[in-house]
Design a protein around this ligand. Structure first.
Ligand code: NAP
Length: 299
C-alpha cells in the first residue's frame, strides 16, 4: 500500500496568508483602507497568551492593524460588554475576536452575541452559524474553513462523497459538517454516543476528527485512500524526550493511518497553522463586505 500524501498545513497556510496580504495591499492602494483586527484576552491562561501573541504577529505580517486588549481575570462582564460595544462602533476595527475560554463569571454566549455579526471573524455569533446552516454567506469559523480548504485540495470533487465528522462542537464539528454538506457530501456526524464508530469511519471517503482523544482513530478504522483531517490537539507525556517532557499529538494514530489513507494531516503542522491563516482571511472578507468591495476569491 502506497503511503498517504502528507498534507502540509504550514505551506498551505503560508499561501493563504500571502493571498490575504495581497488583498490587504490592494485595499490600501485602491481604497485607502487597512483592515483592523481587535483581539480581546481576559485572564492569564498561558495557551491563550501564546495564541494571542501569534495572532497579533500574523495580523501585522499580513499588513493589517492589530489591536490587543488584555485584562486581568477580574474584569467584569459589564465592562467587557462595554468594550465590545465600543469596538463594534470603531471604524478602524473590522474584526473582533474574544479569546475563549472566558473566566467563569463571564457568560461566553452573552459576549459572543454582543459582537456585531459582520465583525465576528471567529464565526461564532448565532447569526453567522444560522447563515451557515441555511446556506447563506456568513463568516465561517477558521478551523473548519481551513479543514475544508485542505479537503478540497486533496479529495478532488466532493459531490456525493461520504464524509464523517467526529465531534459535534459548535466551533469545529458542527460547522465542519455544514461546510461538507454545502459541498454536497453525504455527511455523518459521530460523537461520544455513536454506537459503531469503526463502521462509520470505514464508510468515509473524507474523515475529519475533532475530539481531543489521542489515537481515537486507528489504522483498522480507515477506508483505504480516504482523506483524513486530524483537528485534535492533545498534549501527552514524552518520556523519550526526557523527564517531565511532553509532545503534541492529534486524535489519529498517524503512523498507522498514513499507510492506509490517501492523504493525511500531521499534528503539529496540519490544521493548526490553517486556523490563524483563515482568521486573517475572515478579517479581509469582513472588511470587504463592510465596505462593499469585492475581491477575487482566490484564497
Ligand atoms: P469539544 O467541544 O470537547 O468536543 C469534542 C467532541 O468529541 C464532542 O462532540 C464529543 O461528543 C466528541 N467525543 C468525545 N469523546 C468521543 C469518543 N470517544 N468518540 C467519539 N466522539 C467523542 O472539543 P472541540 O473544541 O471541538 O475540539 C476538539 C479537538 O480539536 C481538541 O483536541 C481541540 O484542542 C482541537 N482543536 C484544534 C484546533 C486547531 O486549530 N487545530 C481548533 C479547535 C479545536 P459529545 O458531544 O457526545 O460529548
Amino acid at each position: 500500500m502506497a503511503e498517504a500524501k502528507i498534507i502540509d498545513g504550514k505551506l498551505m497556510a503560508q499561501e493563504v496568508r500571502e493571498n490575504v496580504a495581497t488583498g490587504v495591499a490592494f485595499l490600501q492602494q485602491h481604497h485607502g483602507i487597512t483592515p483592523g483586527l481587535a483581539v480581546v484576552l481576559v485572564g492569564d491562561n498561558p495557551a491563550s497568551q501564546i495564541y494571542i501573541r501569534n495572532k497579533g504577529r500574523a495580523t501585522t505580517a499580513a499588513g493589517m492593524k492589530s489591536f490587543e486588549h488584555r485584562f486581568d481575570a477580574g474584569l467584569s462582564e459589564k465592562d467587557l460588554l462595554k468594550l465590545i460595544e465600543t469596538l463594534n462602533g470603531d471604524d478602524n476595527v473590522n474584526g473582533i475576536l474574544v479569546q475563549l475560554p472566558l473566566p467563569d463569571h463571564i457568560d461566553d454566549t452573552k459576549v459572543i452575541s454582543a459582537i456585531a455579526p459582520e465583525k465576528d471573524v471567529d464565526g461564532f455569533h448565532v447569526i453567522n452559524t444560522g447563515l451557515l446552516a441555511t446556506g447563506g454567506d456568513g463568516l465561517v469559523p477558521g478551523t473548519p474553513l481551513g479543514c475544508l480548504m485542505m479537503v478540497k485540495k486533496y479529495a478532488g470533487s466532493l459531490s456525493g462523497k461520504n464524509a464523517l465528522v467526529i465531534g459535534r462542537s459548535n466551533i469545529v464539528g458542527k460547522p465542519m459538517a455544514q461546510l461538507l454538506l454545502k459541498e454536497s457530501c453525504t455527511v455523518t456526524i459521530g460523537h461520544s454516543k455513536t454506537r459503531d464508530l469503526k463502521a462509520e469511519c470505514l464508510r468515509a471517503d473524507i474523515l475529519v476528527v475533532a475530539v481531543g482523544v489521542p489515537n481515537l482513530v486507528t489504522g483498522d478504522m480507515v477506508k483505504p485512500g480516504a482523506v483524513v483531517i486530524d483537528v485534535g490537539q492533545n498534549i501527552i507525556p514524552a518520556p523519550e524526550k526526557g523527564e517531565g517532557k511532553t509532545r503534541l499529538v492529534g486524535d489519529v494514530d498517524f503512523d498507522a493511518v498514513k499507510n492506509i489513507a490517501g492523504a493525511i494531516t500531521p499534528v503539529p503542522g496540519g490544521v493548526g497553522p490553517m486556523t490563524i491563516a483563515c482568521l486573517l482571511k475572515n478579517t479581509l472578507t469582513a472588511t470587504c463586505r463592510q465596505q462593499g468591495i469585492s475581491l477575487k476569491e482566490d484564497t
